[in-house]
Design a protein around this ligand. Structure first.
Ligand code: PEP
Length: 247
């Protein structure tokens, strides 16, 4: 399995930010791990042009479940593909919160994405209240069962475990807590999709930085990271890519 360092730029970045991508490619032309950056939709075409022929993959941050039609403001999976994306993040907690996305909707989007040949990066994670109430594994199990399409394979699916309370806060679970959830995800995924689950990359996301990347990447069943804030700067994301390559 090739590990994956994925960056989520969220609603950040303009054409001027592409200089960070150029710097990343200059400093990490041939990393051992896979690299993925998911910019806002407005930058996909330009970033994909910059990344052409390099080790960097480009992804979207969401897609509609339908292929086209009267859905103002939305982007379809085939449009992402057409713009040069190879991956798409789906069910990020900010989508689940800001747009009330359900597991069923995330599943339908993943089916659409996989259907056109994109890799679906499906995000799951508990809130702080759910963790405090001891519901973490129940929540993760429900989200996983509902959001991951049947028949997913190691080539079509990546799962990102992102505790909502760790996103953008500087707080992270303990390494043991990450280990427990990732092992649980692997088990549940195996029950759902069989032997393919062994090859599905399980990413940890939530305040991953150069300073904590190495210890997180040593946790069993952590096959990479989904990185928000630290993916915006080439030096920080590059350091995380280097840590994952060394893991
Ligand atoms: C994210 O946006 O998926 C994320 C994990 O953000 P951050 O790294 O900033 O916590």
């Amino acid at each position: 399995m090739r590990k994956l360092a994925a960056g989520n730029w969220k609603m950040n970045g303009t054409a001027a930010s592409l200089s960070e991508v150029a710097a990343l490619l200059r400093d990490h032309p041939t990393p051992v791990c896979e690299m993925l950056l998911c910019p806002p939709a407005t930058l996909i075409t330009q970033m994909a042009a910059l990344a052409k022929g390099t080790a960097l993959h480009i992804g979207g941050q969401d897609c509609h479940a339908k292929s086209s039609g009267a859905h103002t403001g939305d982007v379809s999976a085939s449009m992402l593909m057409d713009a040069g994306a190879t991956h798409v993040i789906l069910g990020h907690s900010e989508r689940r919160t800001d747009h009330a996305e359900t597991d069923a909707q995330v599943n339908a989007k993943a089916v659409a994405a996989i259907g056109v040949g994109l890799v679906a990066v499906v995000c799951i994670g508990e809130t702080e209240g759910q963790r405090d109430a001891g519901q973490t594994l129940d929540v993760i199990g429900t989200q996983l069962a509902g959001s991951v399409p049947d028949g997913s394979t190691a080539a079509t699916l990546v799962v990102a475990y992102e505790p909502v309370w760790a996103i953008g806060t500087g707080r992270t679970p303990t390494l043991q807590e990450i280990a427990d959830v990732h092992r649980f995800i692997r088990e549940r995924l195996t029950a759902k999709i069989g032997a393919e689950a062994a090859g599905v990359r399980l990413l940890y996301g939530g305040s991953v930085k150069p300073s904590n990347a190495t210890e997180i990447f040593a946790v069993p069943h952590v096959d990479g990271a989904l990185v928000g804030g630290a993916s915006l700067k080439a030096s920080d994301f590059g350091a995380i890519v280097a840590a994952l390559s060394a893991a």
